[in-house]
Design a protein around this ligand. Structure first.
Ligand code: ZN
Length: 185
């Protein structure tokens, strides 16, 4: 494992920008190339299926739910590519985990939200971006004006937690101008 060149890639952007689709696309290429990979997601992301990553357009790959970022290290011994979905739900340990894996020769691909529904930086993604080799910031489409959307607007304001689970009916992507009509930035 030590001879391979490790790296950290971040796929980020608002909800509905296709982060999981892009993660699946990159990992599926590894599968075709017969490169051993492992996919992880936070334990409580049970929106769809316990052991799978399912994109909004229903592409499916199996993913191991883990309680915390450190657990990923223990499950990653044979993998040359590690994919981590919904990474905003891990704590700052994820940075150390990603760096350790990359230094050990693993290509680490992290997908997650960079901002919460108030447009505040959503850790640990901004800190992972700081140590990443490559960052892809995707855009959704503003549901109000059709421009590129970089913000996630919460429609249902009952909960005040930063935590967001991706229920389509609770959130919508907006551009900066439209988002600014609802949330003071
Ligand atoms: Zn707009």
């Amino acid at each position: 494992m030590a001879k391979k060149k490790g790296s950290i890639e971040v796929i980020t952007g608002p909800m509905f920008s296709g982060k999981t689709e892009e993660l699946i696309r990159r990992v599926a290429r590894a599968e075709i190339a017969k490169i051993p990979y492992a996919l992880f997601k936070p334990m409580f992301d049970t929106r769809y299926s316990e052991n799978e990553i399912v994109s909004h357009d229903n592409k499916i790959l199996s993913a191991k739910p883990v309680m915390n970022a450190k657990e990923i290290l223990g499950f990653s011994i044979d993998a040359d590519i590690i994919g981590i979905d919904e990474a905003q739900f891990f704590n700052q340990e994820l940075i150390d985990t990603c760096v350790k894996l990359a230094n050990g020769g693993v290509r680490v691909i992290v997908a997650g939200l960079d901002m919460d529904y108030l447009s505040k930086p959503f850790q640990p993604i901004p800190n992972i971006i700081g140590v990443a080799d490559q960052v892809t910031k995707l855009k959704a489409i503003c549901v109000e004006c059709g421009e590129d959307a970089g913000f996630t607007h919460r429609i249902n304001k009952k909960e005040e937690k930063q935590l967001m689970l991706g229920e389509k009916n609770s959130y919508e992507p907006l551009c900066r101008t439209c988002f600014g009509k609802y949330v003071k930035m």
